[in-house]
Design a protein around this ligand. Structure first.
Ligand SMILES: *Cc1c(COP(=O)(O)O)cnc(C)c1O
Length: 431
């Protein structure tokens, strides 16, 4: 299956990108290849595949045709050069870090992070002697202070968990570029119909496919998109310039010929994925392709519903504060409005008057909303992050990350807006 040329508008690529009708069966849907392995035509064919002299499929841990369509489609939608789909968003983030850093290196990361990412950066990568310096994207100069000669990448989320502050991507990208560092952006809260970070200076874009891209709360997956913009030849990136013993001395930044441009994603497939094994299943690749087909339609509804909920909460006497980047007057609105032209996403956070206990009571009083730890489902969801998703953070860390104890997080679905507001209204009235 080769890449489909032709129309380049988002809605069209979402349906056709990366797939030419498979000629043996003429299947109009992208075929799902449920197999672990692919037969070699000959010993020479086997040898050439392993020596990277020829492209093709060997073993599903390294890739599958269904996955390849997902990767090409996502890469086209993000304006990237290549992509690698993985078992989860978390896996995508971890492989990104270890595909750039080794022991003694540092990363500079925004402090507004998904809870699991915060724990990975502050606790787990330390085991490999990779250390994090957090910065606050809202404070000018904060990123510069987080950099050192050992820094190897700059990391941020677009709409940051959990405060929904929007990071000024171009400012961060220009600082990263001035220091010769790749800029890595977790764009999960802004699927590519809302924002394409590569156009704003990102070198690497990560998504948890689990959220709006899958869109129905049915599968876990992640993807990393390589813009093909970063030159890894600086010797400080030792993983790209020192000869790789697993590939007979190959230097990823120098010896890949036409693929040098996508050295990052090539190395991620050939080293962390191949030998650590966090692969996506063909079934989940197929599910995410289904999600992408309707992504832009669903996002329109997620965004308009979330804005209506934010406006409703803003005027409610039982609500002490509300944050939504699309709300005029929100502290993050001006920056967000510079980047987001098609809506401000599906997340709304707010505080119930009375504090955390009242907030928990509000969540328990909801009928239509599901109380669970996910975002980006077609169905509306609610959770209290301080006692759940971000409970691994100490109270001090929670406050530095901007997580108020009373914060209630809503992921607004695509139900009818009247039913969503009626449910919030009845629960607020009950407390
Ligand atoms: C969910 C999420 C992740 C982790 O993705 P999984 O697919 O759950 O592993 C990372 N970043 C953000 C912003 C997320 O919302």
């Amino acid at each position: 299956m080769q890449k489909k040329k032709g129309p380049s508008r988002f809605e069209t690529v979402a349906l056709h990108g990366g797939y030419d009708v498979e000629q043996k069966t003429m299947s109009t849907a992208v075929p799902l290849y449920r197999t672990t392995s692919y037969n070699f035509r000959s010993s020479q064919h086997a040898q050439d595949l392993f020596a990277l002299k020829e492209g093709g499929f060997i073993y599903t841990r390294l890739g599958s045709p269904t996955q390849q369509v997902l990767e090409e489609r996502m890469s086209l939608l993000e304006g990237g050069a290549a992509a690698l789909a993985l078992a989860s968003g978390t896996n995508a983030i971890f492989y990104t870090i270890i595909n750039i850093c080794s022991h003694g290196d540092e990363i500079a990361s925004s402090v507004n992070l998904y809870g699991g990412t915060y724990s990975m950066f502050s606790d787990i990568i330390k085991q490999f002697d990779i250390n994090v310096n957090f910065f606050n994207p809202a404070e000018p100069g904060s990123l510069e202070r987080a950099l050192s000669p050992r820094t190897r990448l700059v990391y941020a989320e677009t709409i940051g968990n959990p405060t929904l502050d929007f990071a000024d991507l171009e400012a961060l990208a220009s600082t990263a570029r001035a220091h010769g560092l790749p800029f890595v952006v977790d764009s999960t809260f802004t699927p590519p119909c809302l924002l394409r970070p590569i156009g704003h200076g990102a070198d690497i874009v990560i998504h948890s496919l689990t959220k709006w891209i899958g869109g129905h709360g049915t599968a876990i997956g992640g993807i990393v998109i390589d813009a093909g913009t970063f030159d890894w030849k600086d010797p400080k990136f030792s993983l790209y310039n020192d000869p790789d013993t697993g590939y007979h001395g190959l230097r990823f930044a120098r010896d890949l010929g036409e693929f040098n441009r996508i050295a990052f994603i090539m190395r991620m497939r050939l080293v962390p994925l191949r030998n650590l094994g966090g692969c996506i299943s063909p079934d989940n690749s197929w599910i995410f392709l289904q999600g992408i087909e309707t992504l832009s339609l669903r996002m329109e509804r997620h965004c308009s519903n979330a804005l209506a909920v934010a406006r409703y909460l803003k005027d409610h006497p039982k609500v002490s504060w509300v944050r939504y980047p699309g709300l005029a007057g929100d502290p993050g609105h001006d920056v967000a409005a510079r980047y987001l032209k098609n809506g401000f996403g599906g997340m709304v956070v707010f505080g119930v008057r009375g504090g955390a206990d009242e907030g928990k009571r509000f969540i328990e009083g909801l009928d239509l909303f599901s109380h669970l730890a996910n975002v980006g489902d077609a169905k509306s969801l609610a959770i209290h992050p301080a006692s759940t998703t971000h409970s691994q953070l100490s109270p001090d860390e929670q406050s530095r990350a901007g997580l108020a104890p009373d914060l209630v997080r809503l992921s607004i679905g695509i139900e009818h807006i009247d039913d969503i507001i009626a449910d919030i209204d009845q629960s607020l009235r009950g407390i």
